[in-house]
Structure formats: C-alpha cells, structure tokens
Design a protein around this ligand. Structure first.
Ligand code: UGY
Ligand code: MN
Length: 300
C-alpha cells in the first residue's frame, strides 16, 4: 500500500528530474552565446547595450562605472545627454574630457532628424566615427560624402565642414588641440574600417587596423583592434600615451592599474599615461574596440 506521503515524495522527485532533464542538469548556466546580435546590424550593441544583469536592473544606484585618478570606465547606464553646444537637434554625452587629465575630448553625438553639426573650436582637429545610422559630410568646396556605419572622417584644425543627418545617427567624436609641427599639415580623410589593411603585430595575436596615416603630421591615430574569444594582450602595457576606448563588439576583462573590470560593447574607457593596461577577450563572439592614441610627438 502506498501512503499519500510516499506518492507526494515520488511526484516531487519525478518533476525535479524532468526539470533537470530539460535544463541539461542542475548545474547548468544560461547560454552566453549572443543569438540576439548575430542577426542585428554592425555595432548594434553600442546603441542597444545590455544595461545590467536582470537581477540588478532594479537595484537603486547600481552602475559598473568607475572614476579613478588614472583611469575611468563609463558604462551606458551612466550616460547623461544634453544638447551639444551649437549643434542643432543633437544630444551629446561627453565621456572623456580634460577635467579627467586627458588632452582630448571623446563624446557620443546622437543626431536626430535634420540635425546639423557645429565646428570645433579654433585650432582643434576632429575625428568622427559612425556607429549607427548615417550622416552627410560637406566641406567648404561643396564636396559631400555619405558616412555610413563603420566609416569615419578626420577633419584638420580650422577646416570648414558640416555634418547633416536625415534620419538618426550616432557618432563617436574625438577632438584635440592640434600639436602643430613646422612644415607639416594634415589633410581631410574619409574612409571605412573594412578598407584598411591589417597591420603587423609582432608578438601579439589581435588584428590591428589604423584609421589614419602613420605619418608625422598626425598627432594621434585611431586603432581598430579585433580579438577572438580567449585572445589577450601579450604585453602588460605601461606607456606614455593616452587612450580613449569604445568597445564596439564583444566582452571581456580589462585590467586598469590594480583593478579588473568585466566590460562589454558600449563601454568607454579612459586610460591616463602610464596606467598599467591589459585585456582578455571572453564570451562567444569577437571583441572589436576603437582606440584613440596620441603619437608622433616628443612628450617633452
Ligand atoms: O597600442 C596600444 O597602446 C594598445 N595595444 N593598447 C591597448 O589596447 N590598451
Ligand atoms: Mn596601450
């Protein structure tokens, strides 16, 4: 004879076995394969980031952002948008500025319908990279180029230009007071990442493209660095150059000084001169990041 208690224990045990079987075992974790992004446009995660794990989303005050003397991690839930000075129909978020110790600014510009850019201050050069939408760039001679996702432009100091967006567009912009050199000038550049050749990276496994010419007139360059999951920087870098970084794709761990940060697409990092820096790509998809680096000038 089976008592009701025995029947109850049996039925609970059977239903737990059924749950275990469908979940692939009691110790299984949800898949981290990002099915969502594989069918989405390039760099989709930058403007549609995972804000935080669902169990932390409602935790008041939770952010992964960190601000320290020699580095900062600015994650998307911390962005504060406000109208960009003199631009029309454009909201911006300054993410790196000289208030942190940098000699450049890095900001996101969200252009809305019929948005129009303003010029940078006198003697300031500008670099623009499109992460979402498209914008039309026109220079003083009336020459126009359509900038799509993954394309960019470098605008020399005091170079007349205007950017217009018909629909919405998200740009990442770098500006810096040009460190001029006698007998050297820079010229306007328009290009796209996929048209840039892969460069040698002795001792490293990541793939490297540089978006600007490696020529003396340029006082900075923008690197595009690709890592397969499991790849990491071989050199535990400490150097005089500054960096502004936008993670365009993927996720991993960034070491900055003595701190180790889980990072993902949409995150921005400020690295001051000489901050120890190291990255390992994790997850299931490629990491791609865009990196500002000052070059070609004597630090004295
Ligand atoms: O070129 C660089 O300094 C680059 N490898 N740094 C970095 O990825 N943090
Ligand atoms: Mn570096």
């Amino acid at each position: 004879m089976q008592s009701p208690q025995v029947l109850l224990v049996l039925s609970v045990t059977l239903s737990l076995v059924a749950i275990g079987a469908t979940d692939g075992g009691f110790c299984s974790a949800p898949s981290i394969l990002d099915r969502e992004t594989s069918s989405k446009p390039m760099y989709w995660k930058v403007t549609n980031p995972t804000l935080s794990p669902s169990h932390l989303q409602d935790l008041p005050g939770f952010t992964r952002s960190v601000y320290k003397r020699d580095h900062a991690l600015i994650t998307p839930e911390s962005h504060v948008l406000s109208p960009l000075p003199e631009w029309t129909n454009t909201l911006g978020a300054y993410l790196i500025t000289p208030a942190m110790g940098s000699h450049f600014v890095m900001y996101l510009a969200n252009m809305q319908e019929n948005a129009r850019s303003a010029l940078p201050p006198h003697d300031v050069e500008r670099f623009i990279f499109v992460v979402q939408g498209s914008a039309m760039l026109t220079n003083a001679s009336g020459v126009s180029s359509k900038l799509m996702v993954d394309s960019y432009t470098y605008l020399p100091p005091n170079f007349e230009h205007s950017l217009r967006a018909e629909g919405s567009a998200t740009l990442v912009v770098f500006e810096r007071r040009y460190a001029s050199l006698e007998n050297h000038i820079t010229e306007q550049i328009v290009g796209s990442t996929d048209k840039q050749p892969l460069l040698e990276t002795p001792g490293e496994v990541f793939q490297l493209r540089k978006l600007l010419p490696q020529a003396v007139p340029f006082d900075f360059n923008i690197h595009i660095m690709d890592f397969q999951p499991g790849d990491f920087l071989n050199v535990k870098e400490v150097h005089y150059n500054q960096h502004g970084l936008l993670l365009l794709e993927g996720q991993g761990i960034y070491r900055l000084g003595d701190s180790w940060y889980p990072v993902q697409a949409g995150d921005v990092i400020w690295m001051a001169p000489f901050v120890p820096q190291w990255y390992a790509a994790l997850g299931k998809t490629r990491t791609r990041y865009l990196l500002y680096k000052d070059v070609n000038r004597n630090p004295l």
